[in-house]
Write a protein that binds this ligand. Structure first.
Ligand SMILES: [Zn+2]
Ligand SMILES: [Zn+2]
Ligand SMILES: [Zn+2]
Length: 382
C-alpha cells in the first residue's frame, strides 16, 4: 500500500468504513461508485490511474497531443492553469490551506492540492496530459467538498475551477494547435492554420443558417465543428455539413443574423488566405458537396491538392529518471515494453519502486485490456 488512503469516496465524496482503495494513489471508492458488485481479490488500480497512465504514455497518448512538441504540450497545460487562476475567487485556491489556521484539515484531507502546486507539477512535467491535469484538479474540488461540504460557497468556486479545466481540456483534445493559436493570438488565433489543416465547411445547427466552420472530425455519430465568428463548438449531423464553396449551400432569405454571418464569411476568407500564405493551393468545392467525416483526409486533399499528409515525429521517452530507467530495464519484457515504460513513468509515488513488480502485475492487465481502458478513456466522467 502506498501512503495514507482517503476515507472519502472519490466519486460521491461521502465517508464510509468500507471503501476500496487504489494500489497506486490515495484515492478510494465505494464499490457501487465504480460499478463493482464485489471487492476484487487482486490488487486494484483506480479508473483515474488507468486513464492518466494511458494518457501520459507517449505510445498511447492521444494522437492530437502527440502532434505537439513537449514544449508545446507544457505551454498548453500552463495556459489551462492560467485560465483557472482567472476564475472569480480562485485566489482562495492559489495556495494550500493554512493548517495553523485549520489544525484539523489534515485529519480529513489526504492529498492537499492548490493551483500553485498544479502549476509546479506542469512546469516539472509531473503532469503531462490533459487527463493528468484534470485528475489533479479534481483533488481541489474533492478536498473542498470533504472539508467544507457540498453546498459551501467555496465548493462552488472549486466546481467552477473543475469545469473550466474540463472544458478547456476537451477543446485541447479536439485540436491542441487551435488551442495554442488562441492562447497566443486571442480571437485572431482562430484564423491560423494547423499542421494538419481542418477541412473548411458550411455547417448548420437547427434553427440557424448554414455557417462557415472548420470540421474537427467525428463525434457521437455527427461532425464536430468550430464555427467562424462565434468560435463555438458544436456537433451537427453530417447531413448538415457541406464542403466550403463560394456560395452558401441553401441560402436562407430571412436570416436575422445576417451581419454576424457576413463577419463569419469574412473570417473564413482570412483563414483561407492564411492557408494560401502557407503555400497551399486552394480549391473550393462545388456548391452542396456533402462532407463525410469518414473521408476527412480525402476532402482535405481535394481542397488542398498539394497537401502532404503530416505525420508527427516519433519522440524518445524523455522524462524517465535514472532510477526509472534502470528499474524499467530490469522488469520490462520486450513485447510489452511500451506499457512497462508508461506505467513506471506515470506514477509519481516513489514507494512504487519498492512494490514495483507487484504493482506492474496489477496495472498491466488493465492496460492490456482495451475494453477496460476504453471504458475509462473519457474526460467526461463527472
Ligand atoms: Zn461513493
Ligand atoms: Zn489510483
Ligand atoms: Zn487545429
Amino acid at each position: 500500500m502506498v501512503g495514507r488512503k482517503d476515507k472519502f469516496c472519490w466519486k460521491c465524496h461521502k465517508e464510509e468504513k468500507e471503501v476500496l482503495s487504489c494500489e497506486l494513489c490515495p484515492r478510494s471508492y465505494h464499490l457501487k461508485c465504480v460499478l463493482l458488485r464485489e471487492r476484487p481479490q487482486e490488487a486494484w488500480v483506480c479508473p483515474e490511474c488507468v486513464l492518466v497512465t494511458h494518457a501520459d504514455d507517449e505510445a498511447s497518448r492521444s494522437t492530437n497531443m502527440r502532434m505537439m512538441t513537449l514544449k508545446e504540450q507544457r505551454k498548453i497545460l500552463q495556459n489551462v492553469v492560467k485560465m483557472m487562476k482567472d476564475v472569480k475567487l480562485a485566489d482562495n485556491f492559489f495556495e494550500h490551506v493554512n493548517t495553523t489556521e485549520f489544525p484539523d484539515y489534515l485529519q480529513f484531507i489526504v492529498k492537499p492540492m492548490c493551483i500553485s502546486t498544479l502549476e509546479e507539477m506542469v512546469d516539472n512535467r509531473e503532469i503531462t496530459s490533459t487527463q493528468g491535469l484534470f485528475a489533479e484538479t479534481k483533488w481541489i474540488h474533492h478536498n473542498c467538498v470533504v472539508y467544507n461540504g457540498l453546498n459551501a460557497g467555496l465548493t462552488g468556486v472549486a466546481k467552477a475551477l473543475k469545469k473550466i479545466c474540463r472544458d478547456e481540456c476537451i477543446k485541447i483534445e479536439i485540436c491542441p494547435e487551435c488551442f495554442l493559436h488562441t492562447c497566443r493570438h486571442g480571437a485572431k488565433g482562430f484564423i491560423r492554420v494547423c499542421k494538419r489543416p481542418h477541412v473548411p465547411v458550411w455547417a448548420r445547427m437547427t434553427g440557424f443558417p448554414f455557417w462557415p466552420a472548420k470540421a474537427m472530425g467525428m463525434k457521437d455519430g455527427g461532425v464536430q465543428v468550430f464555427f467562424f465568428a462565434d468560435h463555438n463548438r458544436a456537433v451537427v449531423p453530417s447531413s448538415e455539413v457541406f464542403l466550403y464553396s463560394q456560395d452558401i449551400p441553401f441560402p436562407n432569405q430571412r436570416n436575422s443574423r445576417k451581419q454576424r454571418l457576413e463577419d463569419a464569411v469574412e473570417e473564413m476568407k482570412q483563414h483561407l488566405n492564411q492557408l494560401m500564405k502557407k503555400e497551399y493551393t486552394l480549391k473550393l468545392a462545388p456548391c452542396q458537396t456533402p462532407y463525410d467525416p469518414n473521408r476527412d483526409e480525402e476532402h482535405r486533399r481535394m481542397m488542398l491538392p498539394n497537401y502532404v499528409e503530416w505525420v508527427p515525429q516519433k519522440r524518445s521517452r524523455t522524462n524517465m529518471t535514472d532510477t526509472m530507467v534502470s528499474y524499467s530495464k530490469a522488469v520490462q519484457e520486450p513485447a510489452e515494453s511500451t506499457h512497462t515504460w508508461g506505467v513506471l513513468r506515470a506514477t509519481a509515488y516513489t514507494n512504487m519502486f519498492v512494490h514495483g513488480t507487484y504493482l506492474l502485475g496489477a496495472v498491466l492487465p488493465l492496460l492490456l485490456n482495451p475494453d477496460l481502458t476504453a471504458k475509462w478513456c473519457t474526460l467526461g466522467s463527472e
